[in-house]
Ligand binder design. Structure first.
Ligand code: SAM
Length: 273
């Protein structure tokens, strides 16, 4: 008998990965978490039925959520990651040699399972500049400030992540950034949910002088087309050239990821809250 993990992308469309076995199933205080061993994508982390990360394609998401904002900043020394308990964003942020990286993850089970089943992603936690705070990111940004770059690497806006896509949270983000700080957030798939991308873009545009949507192509995420929003009071451009290995990111991709298809542009131009 074959075993498959299927994620429903809509009521009538689904994406499947053939699995060798279930490695773990935990119901944490916040969410339902599975780890599977797959045939083609290595280990797979699933939260509330949705793919969070796979060993095979995680580099695309983590490089794009981190290097775009980090290379927009001239000299990021204090970095905040909200969510990102798997450690992948912290691993990429370390390549910029910051002084401190604060990872604020609400669910310690995600960290624990990542250390056990995704050692190449979670290895960032071995670096003493990476500090883990097990708490709600919404509360953390109200109390802490002075970050050069903030990366919101959360689940989609359901459950504990709902408030991470609201105006109040973005105001706290603005206050928590140092002058000329940069924020980037994952905003779901504009193919199925353009309103998610456009809402973040619209709300951040009220607070920052410059806001852009950018895209990456991630095979295991719904539709493969994934969006991020970046915002700053500085002009958004690549200010530094990378001095480290990447498998997806390069300077041409920085530019091209911000070129949007018409259906995304039109949806966001016409978006009203
Ligand atoms: N790569 C992922 C994606 O887009 O599918 C996101 C990865 S990461 C595992 C997302 C993390 O955000 C989860 O571990 C979840 O527990 C965390 N999270 C959700 N809401 C949060 C909140 N309010 N504060 C801090 N962490 C939160």
């Amino acid at each position: 008998m074959e075993l498959w993990f299927d994620e429903m992308h809509t009521r009538n469309a689904r994406f499947g990965l053939r699995i060798k076995r279930e490695l773990e199933h935990v119901r944490s205080k916040y969410q339902d978490i599975h780890v599977f061993e797959t045939y083609d994508y290595g280990n797979l982390l699933v939260i509330d039925g949705t793919v969070q990360t796979t060993e095979r394609d995680e580099f695309i998401y983590h490089e794009m959520i981190v290097h775009v904002p980090m290379l927009t900043h001239p000299n990021p020394k204090r970095v905040l990651i909200i969510g990102g308990g798997d450690g992948g964003a912290a691993r990429e942020a370390l390549k910029h040699d910051p002084n401190e990286i604060h990872v604020v993850e609400i669910d310690e089970k995600v960290v624990e399972l990542s250390k056990k089943y995704f050692p190449n992603i979670a290895r960032a936690y071995d670096d003493k500049r990476v500090k883990l705070h097990v708490e709600d990111g919404i509360e953390f940004v109200k109390k802490n400030a002075g970050f050069d770059v903030i990366i919101v690497d959360s689940t989609d806006p359901v459950g504990p992540a709902t408030g991470l896509f609201e105006e109040e949270f973005y105001k706290s983000i603005k206050n928590a950034l140092s002058p000329n700080g940069v924020v980037a957030q994952q905003c779901g798939t504009p193919f199925y949910h353009p309103e998610e991308t456009c809402k973040a873009y619209a709300l951040l545009s009220k607070l920052f002088k410059n806001v852009k949507i950018y895209l990456a192509y991630i095979p295991t995420y719904p539709s493969g087309m994934w969006s991020f929003v970046i915002a700053s009071d500085m002009e958004i451009k690549e200010r530094r050239k990378k001095s480290f290995e990447t498998k997806y990111y390069n300077s041409e991709i920085y530019e091209s990821s911000m070129v949007l298809p018409n259906f995304v542009k039109e949806h966001c131009e016409n978006y009203r809250e």
